[in-house]
Design a protein around this ligand. Structure first.
Ligand SMILES: Nc1nc2c(ncn2[C@@H]2O[C@H](COP(=O)(O)OP(=O)(O)OP(=O)(O)O)[C@@H](O)[C@H]2O)c(=O)[nH]1
Ligand SMILES: [Mg+2]
Length: 260
């Protein structure tokens, strides 16, 4: 509990058996619930997480071969806390900063905090190529949406649980990461801010991230949603005129949309 509010932590995991116990151990005792959402792990991730004290939920759905987004959506839906904090299962995010973030949210009435890693305190924790990728995607958001974000791809955020219903999350794959921030930013009922956090190197398991594929996918996702889901005229052309019936047509009634 922090300020009488229950806090849940959601950790999406795929094959993190070597690191997940340390992640759970590093979560402070004021956190009320730790949910590990396992998505097709072929190692003992679920078993190890359970033994370390987490509630383990299996979420088998995947989008383009990845279940990161579905894992988050299922984790948030199942969380019992007033606040839900998201972290990765590779011990790269500072769980110890959740307290100061929730206190800020309570004091300032903030609904969603995206925890920006950039500017990096230690420039070595994210490779130059990735930093460039994040910079380009941040620039894309600035160019297309007119909003400056410091880190559109951070895997750590803290939100009030009831905000979930207003975000209309659809991305089952890596695109959940930009989706959740863009949806929170452009929602008239959600007070959004970024908060600078510490960040650490992935050490326990080697990275399986296909950075080029994922990065290009993010760039197309942001471009496409800007001119469909987030645009009144664009969505009319795409959804009504071209008769497309996919997630880019199911915008949230709370969302602020652009004319074009
Ligand atoms: N549930 C679920 N979790 C996943 C999936 N793929 C990755 N994850 C988890 O999502 C989190 C973020 O994945 P990472 O592999 O750390 O991605 P990254 O931070 O972009 O890159 P690296 O840390 O360099 O590998 C980790 O906890 C992974 O275990 C998946 O398909 N399903
Ligand atoms: Mg990682």
């Amino acid at each position: 509990m922090i300020k009488n509010k229950k806090i849940s932590v959601v950790i999406p995991c795929k094959n993190e058996e070597k690191g997940i116990a340390a992640v759970i151990k590093n979560i402070p005792s004021y956190i009320d619930e730790i949910i590990v959402v396992d998505n097709g792990s072929t190692d003992r991730t679920g078993e190890v997480a359970k033994k370390a004290g987490a509630r383990v939920i299996k979420e088998p759905r995947k989008m383009n071969g990845v279940g990161y987004g579905y894992a988050h959506i299922t984790g948030i839906k199942n969380a019992k806390g007033d606040y839900v904090a998201a972290l990765d299962g590779d011990d790269t995010y500072p769980a110890y900063q959740i307290k100061e973030i929730v206190e800020k949210m309570e004091t300032e009435g903030i609904d969603f905090v995206s925890c920006n890693r950039l500017p990096l305190k230690n420039p070595k924790v994210i490779s130059k190529t990735r930093q460039l990728g994040i910079f380009i995607l941040n620039l894309e958001v600035l160019f297309l949406y007119g909003t400056r974000v410091k880190d559109i791809l951070t895997g750590m955020w803290v939100m009030k649980k009831d905000v979930y219903n207003k975000l209309n999350l659809r991305m089952g794959d890596w695109n959940l990461s930009p989706e959740i921030k863009i949806s929170a930013i452009f929602n008239k009922d959600v007070k959004f801010t970024e908060y600078h956090i510490d960040h650490f190197v992935r050490e326990n398991e080697p990275s399986k991230q296909a950075i080029w594929k994922t990065g290009i996918n993010h760039a197309f996702y942001i471009l496409k949603r800007r001119f469909t889901n987030d645009s009144i005229i664009g969505s009319w052309i795409y959804c009504k005129l071209l008769n497309r019936k996919n997630f880019f047509c199911k915008y949230s009634p709370y969302a602020v949309r652009f004319a074009l």
